[in-house]
Ligand binder design. Structure first.
Ligand SMILES: Nc1ncnc2c1ncn2[C@@H]1O[C@H](COP(=O)(O)OP(=O)(O)OP(=O)(O)O)[C@@H](O)[C@H]1O
Ligand SMILES: NC(=O)c1ccc[n+]([C@@H]2O[C@H](COP(=O)(O)O)[C@@H](O)[C@H]2O)c1
Length: 168
């Protein structure tokens, strides 16, 4: 049984993340997805709660041809302890998929196999760009899976972000 691990803040979950997970799904028996910085919400950089992000991922991946687990993971003060913290919260996994240099370094130093998936249309598909579009009242819905549009509408996510940023 092989398991791959993928972590992100998913603020929000977008088509770039979905593209990576669809690719990973073909190379592992199961996927473990960490929702990082789980303790943070209601800020301009991290507007959505861990629970809301779990909903975005779970609904978007409902048709994925591979079993998956979505697990919120809070940050810890010490980078040197973070890999052990992650492993204490997740089913065992063999391969880490990430393009985040710190994540890659910490798992590599822990002796784990790390792979860096190709980016998918990164200029447009980034959480930062999508949050800026929400704040500016520009279309963002085409950059995320349809299920994410539904979740953000249900929780009035754009209004929340605009209120936090003081631009409503
Ligand atoms: N367009 C993309 N294609 C493939 N992987 C991506 C893409 N955007 C982000 N990733 C990767 O997804 C993981 C999680 O990233 P994260 O949730 O921070 O998304 P982000 O779009 O970079 O968000 P932000 O702009 O808010 O930092 C990271 O490994 C990141 O490199
Ligand atoms: N010390 C720590 O708590 C620590 C270290 C490295 C990464 N992380 C987290 O892992 C996640 C990585 O995701 P991104 O690739 O989206 O940045 C973030 O939530 C980040 O805060 C936490």
């Amino acid at each position: 049984m092989s398991r791959g691990f993928y972590i992100g803040r998913f603020q929000p979950y977008h088509n770039g993340h979905q593209s990576v997970l669809e690719r990973i799904a073909c190379s592992a028996d199961e996927i473990v997805i960490g929702v990082g910085s789980a303790q943070v919400s209601h800020t301009v950089e991290n507007p959505f709660t861990a629970g809301e992000r779990v909903l975005m991922l779970t609904r978007s991946l409902a048709d994925l041809d591979c079993p998956f687990y979505v697990i919120p993971i809070e940050d810890v003060q010490r980078n040197a302890l973070w890999v052990a913290h992650v492993r204490s919260m997740t089913p065992p996994f063999d391969t880490v998929y990430s393009s985040n240099p710190l994540v890659m370094q910490l798992f590599a130093e822990a002796g784990m196999e790390v792979q860096s998936p190709d980016m998918y249309e990164r200029l447009t598909h980034s959480g930062t760009v999508i949050r800026e579009r929400m704040l500016d009242g520009e279309p963002w819905e085409h950059l995320v899976p349809p299920a994410v549009v539904d979740v953000i509408r249900e929780i009035h996510g754009v209004e929340r972000l605009q209120r936090i940023a003081g631009s409503d």
